[in-house]
Design a protein around this ligand. Sequence first.
Ligand SMILES: Nc1ncnc2c1ncn2[C@@H]1O[C@H](COP(=O)(O)OP(=O)(O)OP(=O)(O)O)[C@@H](O)[C@H]1O
Length: 316
Amino acid sequence: MTEGATVRAVDLRCSYAEFEAVRGVSLDVFPGELYALLGTNGAGKTTVLETLEGHRRPSAGQVEVLGRDPAGDRHLIRRQVGMMLQESGFAGELTALETIRMWAGLSTVPSDPGRALEAVDLTHRSQVRVQNLSGGERRRLDFALATLNAPRVLFLDEPTTGLDPESRVRMWELIDASVRTGTTVLLTTHYLEEAEALADRIAIMHEGRIVVSGDKRSLLSREPSVISFRTDTAGEARLPDLPDVLEPPVRRPGGRVEIRSLQPQRDLSSLLQWSYDQGTELEGLEVRRASLEHLFKAVVRGERTDGTTAPKETSR
Ligand SMILES: Nc1ncnc2c1ncn2[C@@H]1O[C@H](COP(=O)(O)OP(=O)(O)OP(=O)(O)O)[C@@H](O)[C@H]1O
């Protein structure tokens, strides 16, 4: 196993009766980084997370959090680990402040409920019953509880699912602030832009396995950017050969031509020179930088296996 990881799984397998939901997952999350576990529905993300949280035991393989077994040594690491589950089990009739106070009362680490509410922008809602909070406010309350003890490790299971864009960005800010204070975060998400915005490293799971994983920048550097524009079919037929494009140009409904390029700057300058020489306009010219979306779709289509497009997870 890699030395120095705060959270690690080695060849983790988890089964529900006869069904093997997690089929040999290995990952390392290093101190102070944010690791995002992405994946298709039912890929096994929550099962991995629950095992790392100590809520279930592996069928095979090993898991460690802060150097301990999260299930067997739970009492030793409990105070240093925060978690936000997919479903919060709040008592709806308690107010936000009562909920935090109750939680703080159960904790052996002293904390200030008022400040915890303030940190998640809920001071003005402190006397509102949980059942009357909005979805975004409830998620922020959840986050306040997960971080009440200033944990060293934070597990977040789909922290922004169902939130509107504004609430999602607010949650991103809270998560980012935690990382900046040195918390190690492992989160699962369905939102590719969430992983792009927050994560240092990313893994994409499909059918119980991590298919690609690695540093976000190096994963994206292997993905193409998309150059798109409108031109007539005669223009399209005369397009120049571009050395860095991955596949022939694709014509989309509405007449937009899309070109996937690994060197968008070089290909774009060739295209512009060509259009100038030809006197052809590239209408509505746009360049979209490489995104996780392309990689994710390739994983789902079975066009990626770890080690082909992305470097295998390596220690650092
Ligand atoms: N308690 C359970 N009993 C039986 N099968 C289960 C149980 N919990 C999960 N599964 C199955 O295990 C697989 C992995 O589920 P899991 O919830 O870990 O995936 P996920 O990646 O988190 O999915 P989603 O993104 O949809 O939340 C799925 O096929 C799911 O149906």
